[in-house]
Design a protein around this ligand. Structure first.
Ligand code: NAD
Length: 268
């Protein structure tokens, strides 16, 4: 049985992860970590997540439960995730990371940990999204350089702090790579005022933030006379949480390295 601890257990994803771990027979819930100084320290994490008392109290650091877990699942914020990578590398733990919004420098730092521990990092843990990435690769290869304009449109709830979403960027990257382009050169993240007509090779991004939308992504390939849209809609955070628990079970048996959900699902 893989013993799991959840960091950010009081967050939207943290609470959903408690539910997902409880529904999976191959793992046990070993602990939950909340922000240092939080009034929730000591609270039963089952009660926090609305699944009833589990007899596991929230603590304020991975150190406090260092001997009790094998895999740390982290859906928090970039700085917190990097600190947890350092802790897990030092203590022989594995990680599943869903945090998004890392800067280029933070991504380089994260990549470096691939030599020190086994971890899965994915901006979207849903099985459907990861299959969608495969479909996008196929579509881009078949259509992209034949005069199709490519646009990525995403929508999320009003509390999301980063934009475009990590998933939208990943989708853009997959399409760009399939066409020998890069987002650095061809990504267009803002259009305002007299910005002129689009260029042939640009990959445009549009962001919607509203209400309680869990996560919707569309990649559009449009040309004169037709338009193809590949869309994924998440209707519950449970899809991300179940993917993360599946990744935790998988990474528990892996050697050092930085893995993706494509690796977990055998789509790599
Ligand atoms: P949230 O704000 O609801 O939760 C984050 C939690 O982390 C908060 O409860 C906060 O108190 C806690 N936290 C902050 N610092 C901490 C620390 N030092 N120790 C312990 N806990 C700490 O946000 P959310 O909607 O749950 O999203 C969290 C992250 O996960 C975001 O980056 C989001 O984009 C990402 N996300 C990824 C996926 C995916 O599939 N990869 C899916 C949904 C969300």
């Amino acid at each position: 049985m893989t013993r799991i601890a959840i960091v950010g257990v009081a967050g939207r994803m943290g609470r959903t992860l408690v539910n997902a771990v409880m529904q999976d027979d191959g793992v046990t819930l070993a602990g939950g970590i909340v922000e240092p100084g939080s009034s929730l320290i000591g609270t039963d994490i089952g009660e926090l997540a609305g699944v009833g008392r589990l007899g596991v109290s929230a603590v304020d650091s991975p150190e406090a439960i260092a001997n009790e877990f094998d895999v740390l699942i982290d859906f928090t914020a970039p700085g917190v995730t990097l600190a947890n990578l350092a802790f897990c590398a030092e203590h022989g733990k594995r990680m599943v990371i869903g945090t998004t919004g890392l800067s280029d420098e933070e991504l380089v730092e994260l990549e470096g940990y691939g030599e020190k521990l086994a971890f899965v990092f994915a901006p979207n843990m849903s099985v459907g999204v990861n299959l969608t990435l495969k479909l996008l690769e196929t579509a881009a290869r078949a259509l992209g350089d034949e005069g199709y304009d490519i646009e990525v449109i995403e929508a999320h709830h009003r509390h999301k702090v980063d934009a475009p979403s990590g998933t939208a960027l990943k989708m853009g990257e997959v399409v760009a790579e399939s066409l020998g382009r890069t987002l650095k050169e061809h990504g267009v993240f803002e259009r305002v005022g007299q910005c002129g007509p689009r260029s042939d090779k640009e990959i445009g991004f549009a962001t919607v933030r509203a209400g309680d939308i869990v996560g919707e992504h569309t990649v559009m390939f449009a040309t004169e006379g037709e338009r193809i849209e590949i869309t994924h809609k998440a209707s519950s955070r449970m899809t991300f949480a179940k993917g993360a628990v599946r990744a935790a079970r998988w990474v528990a048996g892996q050697n050092r390295g930085r893995y993706s959900m494509q690796d977990v699902l055998g789509l790599g």
